[in-house]
Write a protein that binds this ligand. Structure first.
Ligand code: GDP
Length: 325
């Protein structure tokens, strides 16, 4: 075995479930690199939805039904805001609000997002490392039939109704990978890199769009495996397959593999898609990928790690079925 650390690339709800399973097996040997393309300014606050979903999920503070926000939440702020005619399209629970206010204060004091997230993770008792993909602003813009929309307007405000034509990551070209993310890939002790079952277009692509990120992945010298976010041609939650249809992409595991061409060495699909697995142009594993319970998350995490270890053992250097992107 080359190293002992695992790096996971992660968006929000779907990705965080696997990150939680991995964190239970790996503790401090897990680093989660999280999408910040969904971040935005709202009501004078800087909000980082995916980072917060990962923080709450790994700290066991998240609402199990919604998947976002905190458990045992109350909504007095929102109802009072409505009374005074404030903007209520984006829900901020009373408990959740504390994190946004404190993050905004520390950013204004000049702290980096990475430093803030690292401190909050420690306060929440999380042993895994959680790293925003960059400390520079990258903002996902969804180009739709109704014009360009900032991500949260599209996702929450309009409930993903407009048809997607393209997706842009504003600021990505000049964003830098944070020193902490660079170091986590370059320590020479990475055993595996996991692309969580997050939305490839909205959650993983912004991470890959940060200049230098793809090179870091490649140079880590560890197998890179992805878990498909679609099962039986459907997404579990969210607009993944709707977007695929609008972009004229077949909602199939083959399309996800194709999307990650040159990046991944292996793909994990659900058991019900086992027939697809044989036809995919990368090493594959078919297993139970639907994470409904805490046990599901840990079982999938274990399968992912075993699969990555088998890829390492089966060949050195790690085989890549197609050219590097
Ligand atoms: P968001 O940023 O909150 O939308 O969350 P992500 O991008 O991380 O996750 C959205 C994706 O997660 C969707 O494509 C879902 O199909 C996928 N997803 C959610 N739950 C599961 C699950 O239990 N298993 C798998 N394989 N995919 C899931």
């Amino acid at each position: 075995m080359r190293g002992k650390r695992v790096i996971a690339l992660c968006g929000g709800i779907g990705g965080a479930k696997l990150a939680r399973g991995l964190s239970e097996l790996l503790g401090p040997n897990l680093t989660v690199v999280v999408n910040t393309g969904d971040d935005f300014e709202h009501l004078g606050l800087t909000i980082s939805p995916d980072v917060d979903t990962v923080l709450y999920t790994l700290a066991d503070l998240s609402d199990p039904e919604r998947g976002w926000g905190r458990a045992n939440e109350t909504w007095n702020f929102m109802s009072s805001l409505a009374e005074v005619g404030g903007e209520t399209w984006f829900q901020l629970g009373d408990r959740d609000l504390a994190l946004h206010i404190e993050r905004t204060r520390r950013l204004r004091d000049g702290q980096s997002l990475t430093r803030i997230v690292t401190d909050i993770a420690r306060r929440f008792g999380i042993s895994a490392r959680i790293l925003p993909m960059s400390d520079d602003a990258v903002r996902t813009i969804v180009m739709t039939d109704e014009g360009p929309l900032p991500f949260q307007r599209y996702f929450v405000g309009l409930r993903c109704a407009p048809a997607v034509r393209a997706i842009r990551f504003e600021g990505a070209n000049s964003a830098r990978v944070s020193p902490e993310v660079s170091a986590s890939f370059e320590q020479g002790d990475v055993e595996a890199i996991v692309v969580c079952p997050s939305n490839p277009y909205l959650s993983v692509d912004p991470i890959l769009a940060v200049p230098g990120m793809r090179q870091l992945l490649r140079r880590a010298g560890a197998p890179i495996v992805a878990v498909s976010p679609i099962i039986g041609g459907a997404a579990i939650k969210g607009p993944t397959t709707k977007i695929m249809a609008e972009l004229k992409i077949d909602a199939a595991n083959a399309s996800i593999v194709c999307h990650y061409d040159g990046i991944i060495d292996g793909m994990i699909v659900d058991r019900i898609d086992a027939a697809d697995a044989a036809a995919l142009p990368v090493a594959t594993l078919a297993t139970a990928t639907l994470m409904r319970t805490p046990e599901d998350r840990v079982n999938l995490a274990r399968d992912v790690l075993d699969f990555a270890r088998r890829l390492t053992a089966s060949s050195e250097p790690v085989p890549r079925q197609r050219g590097l992107g």
